[in-house]
Design a binder for this molecule. Structure first.
Ligand code: T3D
Length: 258
């Protein structure tokens, strides 16, 4: 029987996905793509799941594409469209918050999958490596989109062209990630954040993510219009009513995600 390549768990409103090929640093083969995308689609579609938590088994988060087996120099563009691009789009377009707990090295497409999450918490021992250039490839899985936006052009260029490991602490100092903490407390910190997000107004969080995604390319006028449209939707949610009632009654709100 084949190994469970992606461990899936649902608890306290959080859908947890653990990449599980630790012997090859959780690099992706085709079967793992299928399992991962199925899990994101399934958890993403469940109203009971209000946040996702993504992490890796063993000492690494993810080393990107499995480059140990398979043939060299095929139609990588086609492979990207069918796998990494789908994965990046699925994570970025999911209108639920995603926390990524980076437990060790995140390399190649694995680094960019982590950086596409809404909140990245990394262990101090972790690192981010744009490994593509080290094997004569260009960055993919959104690296040339997300890195200049997070790190600025000069630092993005250095990361993408030099192919050197960026330690988690420096990634935090450069504004690439939300937090850094000792490996021993990563699980607790990431879980606390994911469950906190899962108890918040889910629709408003999802719409906030939609607006942030759009802000990278929209004009101010388009962004103002998108905010107005999203606010109309948020204004019709039960969580909005609950938030205002709780404020008026001077109590803590109980958001249900509706
Ligand atoms: O196909 C397409 O469409 C193109 C798309 C490409 C997307 C990409 O992601 S390209 C980039 C692919 N990833 C890499 O190039 C990273 C390769 N790995 C590394 O550079 C290093 O392993 C790390 C810096 C990540 C970690 O180094 P270290 O010293 O901590 O570990 P290690 O000894 O190199 O690796 C441990 C094992 O994992 C080792 O196997 P072994 O010797 O114990 O049997 C190693 O071969 C294996 N491993 C690591 N990365 C990969 C891998 N096996 C397959 N694919 C990997 N990407």
């Amino acid at each position: 029987m084949s190994q469970d390549l992606v461990l899936v768990e649902e608890r306290e409103g959080v859908g947890r996905l653990t990449l599980n090929r630790p012997d090859v640093l959780n690099s992706f083969n085709n079967e793992m793509f299928d399992r991962f995308l199925e899990a994101v689609e399934s958890l993403g579609g469940k109203p009971s799941v209000r946040a996702l938590l993504l992490t890796g088994a063993g000492r690494a988060f993810c080393a990107g594409q499995d480059i140990a087996g398979g043939s060299l120099g095929g139609d990588y563009g086609d492979h990207l469209e069918r796998h990494w691009n789908r994965l990046a789009t699925a994570l970025r377009s999911l209108e639920k918050p995603i926390v990524c707990a980076v437990n060790g090295v995140a390399a190649g497409a694995g680094a960019n999958v982590a950086l596409l999450a809404d909140f990245v918490i990394a262990a101090e021992e972790a690192s981010f490596l744009q490994a593509f250039i080290n094997i004569g490839l260009v960055p993919d899985t959104g690296g040339t989109f997300i890195l200049p936006r997070l790190a600025g052009h000069a630092r993005a260029t250095a990361l993408l062209m030099l192919g050197e490991k960026l330690p988690a602490k420096q990634a935090y100092e450069w504004g690439l990630i939300y937090r850094v903490c000792p490996l021993a407390s990563l699980e607790t910190e990431a879980w606390a954040l994911a469950t906190r997000l899962a108890s918040m107004p889910t629709t408003a969080l999802g719409l906030t993510k939609r607006l942030l995604n759009g802000s990278s390319t929209n004009s101010l006028a388009a962004q103002l219009a998108a905010e107005a449209e999203a606010q109309t939707i948020a204004g019709h949610t039960a969580d909005h009513t609950e938030g205002v009632m709780a404020f008026r009654e001077k109590r803590k709100p109980r958001f249900t995600g509706r």
